[in-house]
Design a protein around this ligand. Structure first.
Ligand SMILES: *Cc1c(COP(=O)(O)O)cnc(C)c1O
Ligand SMILES: [Zn+2]
Length: 415
């Protein structure tokens, strides 16, 4: 049973019933889902959660009402891995990686799409839609296919080939827009008014969509043996994931399912699209939009909807925000693969490179525990690593030629 009670404006606090709306009638502020945590305390226990399915739905009590049948392609319950070899490179004592490459369509977006479309079905929508930087389109198309819904996913025209392929294979409509994500998003806001029966998961279903990211926090705590990490590093595009991971920790504390201090939250951005890191460094209260130019396409949102809320959370908890160059992102992808055997997309490279930056800056405490979120699979951004990845040597099929090549001591090295 969901303990969700309705919606509340994040700006003025006006409350609304649990229905299909996303902005405040009073002030046009964004809405978020509220819960009756007092009623949930005592009813939701560690044991009740542990007896649930190995997916985000083990936390259904703390998610929006999913109706009779939550949509489940298997999103969530991804591995939390101790990363001692990467930790040694960084010079930190306790590092864990939340490996969200292991979701059904290869990115953390499966968590938010499963949540949003379950609510959309309950609320009577009939078509799945989204504005996407790539991963969301793939996840929406897949989940729509699995429930027999049509889908309309809208993306910038110049995305990675593998993301376009992965989005289109599910048979939905994929519309490419000659513009960047911020143009796509603006267009989708207009389309919502024309097609009220379409569930744009991150526009008119955004309050329900956003809640899915809390499951990252829930899983991290449960997988650490019901312990809070001291520090969490999150890659940031719109900022939705970041703010809801923080909300997830707060809810577990409010329910007495864990004790201690809420983790300090750290944001990771690409230097080529760093509106939030820039505003934080300047001490600004608002985010100045940027025109993105980075290989981290999944994070290329120049006008982030949750920007001010990310800034609030960074300041509330004493966190920090990093921004890293495209070269550092590629180094981060390679380092993660070579030290931990995890192949991440460019957003994962952003997270790893930001870990380095914040340790060097001294804002990440090397002695306290760190969890870093690796949010998407490397097969999604093969184009980005094309110049770095390839065979070590090409030889004719003869023992002599193979041995001659392998005798080159640069070819076979210990890492
Ligand atoms: C969408 C996305 C993010 C960040 O999402 P926001 O909630 O918009 O900040 C991070 N990593 C990957 C791989 C993504 O696709
Ligand atoms: Zn309001």
């Amino acid at each position: 049973m969901s303990f969700a009670t309705g919606l509340r404006c994040r700006e003025c606090g006006a409350t609304y019933p649990d229905d299909a709306r996303y902005s405040c009638d009073e002030c046009f502020g964004p809405l978020e889902v509220t819960y009756d945590l007092a009623a949930a305390r005592g009813t939701i226990t560690r044991a009740s959660i542990e007896s649930g399915p190995r997916s985000i739905w083990r936390y259904h009590d703390l998610l929006p009402d999913a109706g009779d049948a939550p949509i489940d392609l298997g999103a969530g319950w991804t591995p939390l891995r101790r990363a001692d070899r990467l930790a040694a490179r960084l010079g930190v004592r306790e590092l864990w990686l939340k490996d969200d490459t292991r979701n059904p369509t290869g990115s953390f977006k499966d968590r938010v799409v499963a949540t949003a479309l379950s609510s959309a079905r309950r609320l009577g929508f009939t078509t799945a839609a989204c504005a996407s930087t790539g991963n969301l389109a793939t996840s929406v198309a897949a989940h729509a296919a699995a429930i027999g819904w049509p889908s309309v996913t809208i993306i910038p025209h110049d995305l990675e080939r593998s993301k376009v392929a992965m989005s289109s294979i599910f048979g939905g409509t994929v519309l490419a827009v000659e513009g960047n994500y911020d143009d796509v998003n603006r267009l989708c806001v207009e389309l919502v008014d024309e097609h009220p029966e379409w569930a744009f998961v991150n526009v008119n279903l955004r309050p329900y969509y956003a809640e899915g990211s809390k499951t990252l926090a829930f899983e991290i705590v449960e997988q650490l043996g019901w312990r809070l990490p001291a520090q969490v590093v999150v890659p940031v595009a719109s900022g939705s994931q970041f703010t809801k991971v923080a909300k997830g920790f707060d809810q577990l504390l409010a329910l007495d399912l864990v004790t201690g201090a809420a983790p300090r939250m750290f944001a990771a951005q690409a230097a080529g699209c760093s509106p939030i890191a820039t505003a934080f460094a300047r001490g600004d209260e608002f985010v100045t939009p940027q025109r993105p130019s980075t290989i981290a396409r999944s994070l290329a949102i120049g006008n982030p909807a949750d920007g001010p809320y990310v800034l609030d959370e960074l300041r509330r908890g004493g966190g920090d925000a990093g921004s890293v160059s495209d070269a550092a992102i590629l180094d981060g992808i390679a380092e993660l693969a070579e030290t931990e055997g995890i192949f991440a997309e460019t957003a994962g490279g952003v997270t790893v490179a930001t870990l380095h930056q914040l340790v060097e800056r001294g804002t990440l405490d090397p002695e306290a525990s760190i969890v870093a979120i690796i949010s998407g699979h490397g097969l999604k951004t093969l184009d980005a690593i094309a110049d770095r990845a390839g065979v070590s040597a090409t030889v004719p099929p003869s023992l002599a030629a193979a041995e001659a090549a392998l005798a080159n001591d640069r070819l076979v090295v210990a890492r």
